[in-house]
Design a binder for this molecule. Structure first.
Ligand SMILES: NC(=O)c1ccc[n+]([C@@H]2O[C@H](COP(=O)([O-])OP(=O)(O)OC[C@H]3O[C@@H](n4cnc5c(N)ncnc54)[C@H](OP(=O)(O)O)[C@@H]3O)[C@@H](O)[C@H]2O)c1
Length: 327
């Protein structure tokens, strides 16, 4: 099968499209013919081993696992002994085991892993939204977001931010989204009750106070956000923040046992993919697709995602007839 392989860390130039063996099917596993995947910011971090300490997990000198890709959608090609929930031909989607393996024509994973039947009425490209949604949901759940809460989502136009707006509305919160001018319409269309264009207005001076402030792009700071947090308000960031300052913030929060700062780590759960299927099927969550590339264009896709300018997700299409790049 064809796969995008990186046998060393580095820029997108280290990726090669190669023929590699198809995954072998073990008991309890399903083999999936992948139709769509994404290039995510998680993939970009793994590719460059950034931040450096992730090498302790991913491999000190070179990557232990050489096919990236966090999301997948496709069709069950074969099932291993003992599999009861899926049969060949089923259309499925989900998150890849450990965040690896999506950038390949075939992928195997346990049937009780983070995989679910495709939501009806949607195409393969419309459902590879797991990575952003999963991070967003982890933060919203860790806070315990629900009706009556007032949340501010900074950077609501990326994969995590766009997902956070939609899920926060699903949980019944009042949502204020902070984005640059070109994304104001998008944030409104995702359900935000109020949208602040940070290029025209300072969000720390809007007068409202929030129960939860989520920096979905890691571009603002706790100290700025504190100005709009209620006295018991909580802050979360999806990244290390300017000058990696959230590392110190995390240490400070741990030492002081502060409940005002949370950095929860997501875990792949089958239940989450099933939850996401329900939201997609009910029209409560939709993919925001920026660009689509064929597998052969994956290096270009990485270069684009690395700019930090994508809106929502960047899809990689592995089925042969869909291979155009769209702006
Ligand atoms: N904890 C983890 O393991 C983990 C996993 C995944 C992602 N992350 C991190 O989480 C962050 C978000 O990921 P993502 O995939 O959602 O990002 P993304 O899709 O790449 O975010 C891009 C979006 O952010 C907006 N943006 C860029 N700079 C901004 C700023 N200064 N203020 C407000 N908005 C800004 C961009 O808008 P413009 O086009 O207007 O610039 C664009 O719409 C990334 O930093 C990523 O590295 C962390």
């Amino acid at each position: 099968m064809k796969a995008a392989v990186n046998t060393r860390y580095g820029s997108p130039d280290v990726i090669q499209i190669r023929e590699v063996p198809k995954p072998t099917l073990r008991r309890g596993e399903v083999l999936i013919k992948v139709h769509a995947t994404t290039v995510s910011r998680t993939d970009c971090g793994q590719l460059r081993a950034h931040p450096f300490f992730i090498r302790l997990i991913t491999g000190l000198v070179r990557p232990r696992r050489t096919i990236l890709g966090t999301d997948f959608s496709g069709e069950i090609e074969a099932v291993g002994e003992g599999v009861v929930s899926f049969t060949p031909g089923d259309r499925v989607f989900g998150l890849t085991p450990g965040g690896y393996g999506g950038h390949a024509e075939y992928l195997s994973l346990p049937e009780d892993g983070p995989i679910a039947a495709m939501p009806s009425g949607l195409g393969f490209d419309d459902v590879v939204v797991g990575e952003g949604a999963w991070y967003a949901d982890t933060y919203l759940q860790a806070f315990g977001l629900g009706p009556g809460h007032n949340i501010l989502i900074y950077g609501a136009s990326g994969a995590i931010g766009a997902a956070a707006v939609q899920l926060a509305k699903y949980y019944g919160a009042e949502v204020t989204a902070v984005v640059a001018a070109p994304h104001v319409g998008l944030a409104r269309s995702l359900g935000a009750d109020r949208v602040i264009d940070f290029t025209a207005e300072d969000f720390t001076k809007i007068g409202d106070k929030f129960d939860f402030v989520m920096d979905a792009v890691g571009k603002t700071t706790f100290f700025r956000c504190r100005k709009v947090m209620k006295p018991e308000g909580v802050f979360a960031a999806a990244d290390l923040g300017p000058h990696n300052q959230n590392v110190l913030l995390l240490l400070w929060a741990a030492v002081t046992r502060s409940k005002r700062i949370i950095f929860p780590l997501p875990k792949a759960r089958k239940g989450f993919v099933e939850f996401l299927r329900e939201r997609l099927e009910a029209g409560e969550f939709r993919a925001v697709i920026d660009r689509k590339y064929p597998l052969e264009g994956i290096v270009e896709a990485y270069r684009y995602v690395e700019t930090g300018k994508k809106t929502g997700i960047v899809v990689i299409q592995l089925t042969p007839n869909d291979g155009t790049t769209q702006g």
